[in-house]
Design a protein around this ligand. Structure first.
Ligand code: 5AD
Ligand code: SF4
Length: 459
């Protein structure tokens, strides 16, 4: 008789890349462990961490503190920390948290079964933060009901923006062979998957160093050629490397959703140069204009940092000017946070915390107006939604995303979760839209039509 599998609980912090890594962790350990969503019954408790800002690290340390009590109650439970904080802190984490058993870095995922075996044999607390030349990727079966999938197409980053810890904690850029990506997406689509998001720190440089030279636009064309894939997305794209060829894909490839996340970070040319971003405000706005010419429906989101070392009030005003000129549909914005090993952490003229706080509030105000305007432009139209589940904020309503990535909430039955439906957009808020389901009982008459034309179907 087979011994029953042990229980694995994974707590994931950070970006979509970390979510995808946690899926890999579960697959790597699948022969011995099954996932649980109840931490108190875990035999192995893993924390997959993010180090992008100091706050992200503090969250991990605070969770580790809270887990002392659980470990005291269940000393047989193994506790491990993986990902970017683990990579950065290594041995230091074992010193900080005496109840921690394992530390494994961003490249340690695939060696975790060996690390666990060694831990079992020796009973010692272990650290593995070595980088690997090759990273295998595992493809598992589609989890029941999942219609969206994150697919990692590359790891690491060679850009060394002066504020960013990623190249240090994730290592150099490596692309995954196109054939493997295509096989993973094909399997997902054949099992009923609807939406794939391709992940990489800078997808525009996908393909460098691969034996078969495949550019990112070429990869998109190959994936878009599958029948049956309704939605294709990607993140993140570096503005410097956004090519005309890639922009044209938005006009040419029906499954490619009309949304691009294009982190600008700042508006002042001086700050952009000191961030080592490789473009000016004008270069960026020219690309935004071109994207909107090629694909008038495209939604553009961005990331912004306030209070980068040396940022003056005039520099900050340039950021607000750029935001208005680009008319971003949505944005994530952060106070600059000095990170270990990065160049900007050593710069003189660090901006006081109070100034960062005040600038962040002003920036938020501007973006909230832009986001509201973006949402208002959609009111009265009919759009396709991929229904993701029930909304936490909007009691009992279904929630999903338009192809443009706008969030929409509407009344409807649970049977629609995981399906593409058409809605009539009725109301605009700052962070979401309200809508009514189109057509008959479930708007079903629109489903077939929406597969042929993903853009717009009259109600
Ligand atoms: N401080 C603040 N924000 C940062 N980001 C990256 N590094 C830092 C930092 N040191 C932001 C950037 C990036 C996003 C993922 O996080 O805006 O695009
Ligand atoms: Fe960080 Fe710059 Fe690489 Fe993005 S491109 S991960 S901001 S170093």
């Amino acid at each position: 008789m087979r011994t029953p599998k042990k229980k694995l609980y994974i707590r994931t912090y950070g970006c979509q890349m970390n979510v995808a890594d946690s899926e890999q962790l579960a697959l790597v350990l699948d022969s011995d462990y099954e996932l649980t969503d109840r931490p108190e019954e875990a035999d192995l408790y893993l924390i997959n961490t993010c180090a992008i800002r100091r706050k992200s690290v503090e969250k991990v340390l605070s969770l580790l503190g809270r887990l002392k009590a659980l470990k005291r109650r269940r000393p047989e439970m193994l506790l491990g920390v993986g990902g970017c904080v683990a990579q950065q802190e290594g041995q230091q984490l074992l010193r900080q948290a005496p109840h921690l058993d394992l530390v494994f870095g961003t490249h340690g995922i695939y060696r975790l079964p060996d690390l666990l075996a060694k831990q079992r044999q020796t009973g010692r607390r272990l650290v593995d933060t070595a980088f690997a030349a090759e990273m295998p990727y595992l493809c598992g079966p589609r989890p029941a009901g999942a219609v969206q999938k994150l697919v990692t197409i590359m790891q690491g980053c060679d850009n060394y923006c002066t504020y960013c810890v990623v190249p240090y904690v994730r290592g150099p850029e490596r692309s995954r062979p196109a054939a493997d990506i295509i096989a993973e997406v094909a399997a997902f689509v054949s099992q009923g998957g609807q939406e794939v998001t391709l992940l990489g720190q800078n997808v525009n440089s996908y393909g460098r160093g691969l034996p078969e030279a495949v550019s990112f636009p070429e990869l998109l064309r190959r994936l878009a050629a599958f029948g049956g894939l309704a939605r294709l997305r990607f993140t993140t794209s570096h503005p410097r490397d956004l090519s005309e060829d890639l922009m044209n894909c938005f006009a040419e490839l029906p499954p490619l959703c009309e949304h691009i996340h294009l982190p600008v970070q700042a508006g002042s040319d001086g700050v952009l140069a000191r961030m080592r971003r490789g473009y000016t405000q004008k270069d960026y706005l020219t690309k935004v204009e071109r994207l909107r010419q090629v694909c008038p429906d495209i939604a553009i989101s961005t990331d912004l940092i306030v209070g980068f070392p040396g940022e003056s009030e005039a520099d900050f005003q340039e950021t607000l000017t750029l935001m208005r000129a680009a008319a971003f549909d949505s944005a994530f914005y952060f106070k600059y946070s000095p990170r270990p090993q990065t160049e900007a952490a050593t710069y003189a003229e660090q901006v006081p915390e109070a100034v960062k706080t005040e600038r962040l509030a002003r920036l938020k105000e501007v973006q909230e107006q832009l986001s509201l305007a973006s949402n208002q432009r959609l009111v009265g139209g009919v759009r396709e939604v991929l229904v993701e589940g029930f909304s936490k904020q909007h009691n009992g309503q279904l929630t999903g995303r338009l192809r443009s990535n706008h969030v929409v909430n509407f009344d409807g039955p649970a049977e629609l979760i995981g399906r593409l439906v058409q809605v009539h957009v009725t109301t605009a808020h700052r962070h979401s839209l309200g809508a009514l389901l189109c057509g008959g009982q479930f708007g079903d008459q629109f489903l077939a039509a929406s597969r042929q034309d993903h853009r717009r179907i009259p109600c």
